[in-house]
Design a protein around this ligand. Structure first.
Ligand SMILES: [Zn+2]
Length: 139
């Protein structure tokens, strides 16, 4: 099954991007037309990552439904479970695939980098924030 070779590629890319840091979650976006079963991918990932530094990480899949855009009437149609590439508006088949072919790693969630403290949670100390010390508990 091709999910296994896909997982090997994911492992390569992730290992390079993580650069030694511990990966917790690999966020991926996968289009319907890729014919990848997210559940199978997740399962294969466990096998592929098992004996590597990536063991324990998991894949989170954002599944992108296939959509087509009609060249005649410009309506965008969401393709159903069984892809029928005809416009829902006019029935035309002169259509263009506008989504569903995605296959990419969108982000990695890494362990213990205190990412939450990096950009928020603290008032900026650049003068503009003067005079209102720590009243941020409301709402
Ligand atoms: Zn149409």
């Amino acid at each position: 099954m091709h999910e296994l070779s896909i997982c090997s590629s994911i492992a390569d890319i992730t290992t390079r991007r993580a650069a030694g840091r511990t990966v917790v979650v690999i966020n991926m976006r996968i289009g319907q037309l890729r014919q990848i079963v997210p559940g199978t991918l997740v399962y294969c990932w466990e096998l592929v990552s098992a004996d590597t530094p990536l063991a324990g990480s998991r894949i989170s899949v954002e599944y992108v439904p296939a959509r087509i855009s009609c060249r005649s009437c410009e309506q965008v149609t969401e393709v159903g479970e069984v892809p029928l590439f005809a416009c829902a508006g006019c029935g035309g088949i002169d259509v263009e695939v506008v989504s569903g072919e995605e296959f990419l790693i969108t982000s990695l969630e890494l362990e213990a980098l205190a990412a939450d403290d990096a950009g928020r949670g603290q008032p900026t100390d650049q003068g503009a924030a003067k005079g209102s010390p720590g009243e941020g508990t409301g709402a």
